[in-house]
Design a protein around this ligand. Structure first.
Ligand SMILES: NC(=O)c1ccc[n+]([C@@H]2O[C@H](COP(=O)([O-])OP(=O)(O)OC[C@H]3O[C@@H](n4cnc5c(N)ncnc54)[C@H](O)[C@@H]3O)[C@@H](O)[C@H]2O)c1
Length: 458
């Protein structure tokens, strides 16, 4: 790739690297996307997306067609760029602490690639890393492998990412903030200018601080959001045990208080996805290493882990025993508009159902392939909602896909053996389901189950 106005490389093309790369390419920048996964690179080079994210496909196709983006497994090509973002995964070790193996390797490889180069190169750590990583790990590794000290020829910043899967492209096009932890002034200025070129006249609130504080902001953000989820789920579990309790009304009312606010107050089956659990575990382990036990965060995780049982309890309330009962689970992705099943609540619920000898059929519009890799073999994966529902004695609505919001009550009634619904997301109204047993998270049930038995439709 020829040197142009600005060229940027990404090391690691998962949700973060790929979506950010696509948005930067759409803003006219030249992108080199690097990943160690050869299959992924081959797919991307053809303009195909290896993951489902609204808006990503068309953006990538046009970037590949216009040659604004090139994909490679050859990390040495980062030397052609002015700025390199490290966007590799930061998974958990067995004990929950963060594994920085991929970040370290990426830093080593970037350093070696720019070793002989004379031009200034800025390295940006966008992966979520525990406080102190950019300064304490990435910097020495980078300096040693590149043979240059951070300063005149080598820049370094931490720049955590706040996008959410399912809205990653929109979030990247319209971020609520940019956080930059600059190792020195020149590095910070260079990254600020890069973002100004992307967002032009729009003034995105930008926090410029040191790398350790920037890294802490990311964990604080996820800890806070996860705490909100576990708090509203706790309230939901209490409402559920009150004859006419309703968490939705409680959430609506408390959300009107500006000190609380209304977003992220939806009760459900517990948080999932690749970040909250992993990041909370990493932050807990990190804090303990600092001789501080963050009991609040441990409780947030415990509430979340138990929330799957609350959903299973609802189906048990309807069915009595789960043994040999046919249960349809609609939704496997950890939320709608993604194919990601990492840490999805559906997996915890299904595991519990299977452990109780239920017979489970499951369906998801996007996540079947990913789910197949992690679900127990005895779970039947249906090709559509209707075949998933066929013969079921209970249906658990697990993911808030529009498709499940729109499914006609008649479909449930004609296909299911017994019209029992557990709404783990509150995506339907009790009134939709006349003649059904309908139980939902955070909704107090006053009626005993209606003993309706219908023959499954052929
Ligand atoms: N997924 C999210 O919603 C999200 C949001 C904010 C922050 N983050 C953070 O961003 C980071 C990346 O997350 P993700 O979900 O995009 O990860 P991901 O697992 O989807 O993708 C990571 C990619 O990095 C590649 N990789 C690993 N080592 C490599 C190396 N040495 N060289 C080149 N490629 C390499 C992998 O093959 C993979 O394609 C993580 O730290 C995560 O916590 C994720």
């Amino acid at each position: 790739m020829k040197r142009g106005s600005e060229s940027v490389s990404f090391i690691g093309l998962g949700y973060v690297g790929l979506c950010t790369a696509a948005v930067l390419a759409s803003r006219g920048m030249k992108i080199i996307g690097v990943d160690i996964d050869g299959e992924k690179i081959a797919k991307l080079a053809k303009g195909e997306t290896p993951l489902h994210e609204p808006g990503l496909g068309s953006m990538l196709k046009s970037a590949v067609k216009n040659r604004r983006i090139q994909f490679t497994t050859d990390i040495d090509r980062v030397v052609e760029a002015d700025v390199t973002f490290i966007t590799v995964g930061t998974p958990s070790n067995q004990d929950g602490s963060i594994s920085l193996t991929f970040v370290k390797k990426a830093a080593e490889d970037v350093g070696s690639a720019i070793r002989g180069a004379d031009a200034y190169h800025l390295v940006v750590v966008k992966s979520t890393v525990i406080p102190g990583t950019t300064t304490g790990l990435v910097r020495p590794v980078l300096e040693s492998s590149s043979g240059k000290p951070c300063g005149p020829k080598l820049g370094l910043c931490s720049n955590p990412e706040f996008l959410a899967e399912g809205s990653a492209i929109t979030n990247t096009l319209h971020p609520d903030k940019i956080v930059i932890g600059a190792n020195d002034e020149k590095s910070g200025d260079k990254l600020v200018k890069l973002y100004q070129r992307i967002y032009r006249a729009r003034k995105i609130p930008t926090i410029i601080t040191n790398p350790t504080t920037a890294e802490t902001i990311k964990y604080a953000s996820n800890a806070f959001l996860a705490t909100r989820v576990s708090t509203i789920n706790t309230i939901a579990n209490i409402c559920q045990r009150l004859p006419s309790g309703d968490v939705e009304t409680v959430a609506k009312a408390i959300g009107l208080d500006p000190r609380i606010g209304s977003v992220y107050l939806k009760a459900g089956p517990g948080y999932g996805g690749s970040c909250f659990h992993k990041d909370l575990q990493a932050f807990i382990a990190f804090s303990r290493g600092l001789d501080y036990d963050p009991v609040l965060l441990t409780a947030v995780e415990e509430v979340n882990r138990r929330q799957a049982n609350e959903i299973v309890k609802l189906s048990r309330k309807l069915l009595g025993t789960l043994e040999n009962r046919r249960i349809a689970v609609l939704g496997l992705a950890f939320k709608k508009d993604t194919d990601d099943v990492r840490e999805a609540a559906s997996l915890r619920v299904i595991e519990e159902l299977v452990n109780n000898s239920a017979s489970v059929s499951a369906y998801d519009p996007m996540a079947i392939e990913n789910a197949r890799k992690v679900l127990p073999q005895q779970v039947e994966l249906a090709t559509d909602s209707r075949s998933c529902l066929k013969g079921a004695e209970c249906c658990i609505l697990m993911t808030e896909w529009d498709e499940f919001r729109q499914l006609k009550p008649r479909a449930f009634k004609t296909l299911m053996r017994t019209p029992n619904i557990v709404d783990a997301r509150r995506i339907r109204r009790q009134g939709d389901f006349q003649g059904f047993n309908y139980l939902a998270v955070g909704l107090g049930a006053t009626m005993p189950p209606i003993p309706v038995l219908a023959a499954p439709s052929k």
